[in-house]
Design a protein. Structure first.
Length: 325
């Protein structure tokens, strides 16, 4: 099957500027530094890693909110990397995003109905009556009541606001939705409701997801495959169960060891991996593997040359000279 989305060697660097009047560039933040992956039709790919590793930047590049420094993004076999204007507006119907913060991503001066109807109006969906009927159907699909149509964002809870954001994202029947940590700002009980809603909508509207999160248990519930990022690079990519049962990269092993286990007997027997303190400079020139300053397996070769992302087992890719336990 041809992938719906294909990302090839994506790079995004942000300049660091010094000075107040005469600004000069003193360096770059390497937010994304050569990332490649694909997403098939109907698939959910989970993208995980600690804060600042470049997950959100990848999502913003895919939906056109950031312009990549280099690399290519293919959607439905078409290169969309540097599309702009009318060409990209047509693509907006196919690719949408659910933002992380339901409090800042909604316009406080617009009602719920106006927020959800905005993409329909921009893309000339139909008459005002047809747009309103579509919005009411969308609101019911995401678990909102019809009387919520005329209410403003401040009148909703966090979970309800996120449902408005989800309804806005699926209004144009997209094929791919980038979910940028859609549950991280919500209470745990509400998180479960929103996750179940995303699963239902995926089946109902035949969606594909790029699900960005730092919560490994959430990603395990929702994703078919999981990609692990560290300092702008993919370090491991595998099918869901394979990665959680047999993590091969030391960083993935450390992440999974920090996930609580409900069974107290199993929790006591588990060995916790404690990493050394993290890097403070994300813009420096890396020598060798960028995880080696925190890795207990590091040897001389790790400091000299960065490993490639290689297929160790079938559909299991790892960027490490010494994968496994």
């Amino acid at each position: 099957m041809e992938p719906l989305l294909k990302v090839v060697d994506l790079v995004k660097h942000f300049p660091i500027e010094r000075g107040t009047i005469f600004k000069r560039q003193s360096g770059v933040v390497k937010a994304v530094d050569g990332v490649s992956f694909d997403i098939k039709e109907g698939e959910t790919l989970g993208l995980v890693g600690e804060s600042g590793c470049g997950k959100t930047t990848i999502g913003r590049c895919i939906v056109g909110l950031e312009r990549p420094t280099s690399g290519q993004i293919f959607f439905n076999n078409s290169d969309i990397t540097f599309l702009r204007g009318k060409e990209f507006r047509r693509l907006r119907k196919e690719i949408q995003i659910i933002f992380q913060d339901p409090y800042s991503s909604l316009n406080p001066r617009m009602t719920a109905g106006e927020i959800i109807s905005e993409p329909l109006i921009i893309h000339k969906f139909g008459s005002d009556q047809k747009v309103k009927e579509k919005v009411l159907d969308l609101m019911e699909s995401v678990g909102l009541k019809r009387e919520h149509y005329s209410r403003y964002p401040h009148e909703f809870s966090g979970g309800q606001r996120q449902r408005i954001g989800i309804a806005r994202a699926i209004a144009l029947n997209p094929r791919l939705v980038v979910c940028d940590e859609p549950t991280s700002a919500l209470d745990v009980s509400i998180q479960a409701q929103v996750l179940n809603l995303l699963v239902e909508l995926k089946e109902k509207f035949k969606l594909s997801y790029l699900f960005i999160s730092h919560d490994l248990s959430v990603v395990r519930y929702l994703s078919e495959r999981v990609a692990v990022m560290y300092l702008g690079k993919l370090v491991e990519l595998a099918e869901n169960e394979k990665l959680y049962s047999q993590p091969l990269h030391p960083y993935t092993q450390a992440l999974l060891s920090a996930v609580p286990v409900p069974d107290p007997n199993k929790e006591r027997k588990r060995k916790r991996v404690v990493l050394k303190s993290g890097l403070s400079d994300y813009s420096g020139v890396f020598s060798g593997c960028r995880f080696q300053p925190r890795c207990w397996k590091a040897k001389d070769i790790c400091q000299q040359k960065e490993p490639d992302l290689e297929e160790i087992e079938a559909n299991h890719f790892v960027r490490c000279y010494f994968p496994g336990n």
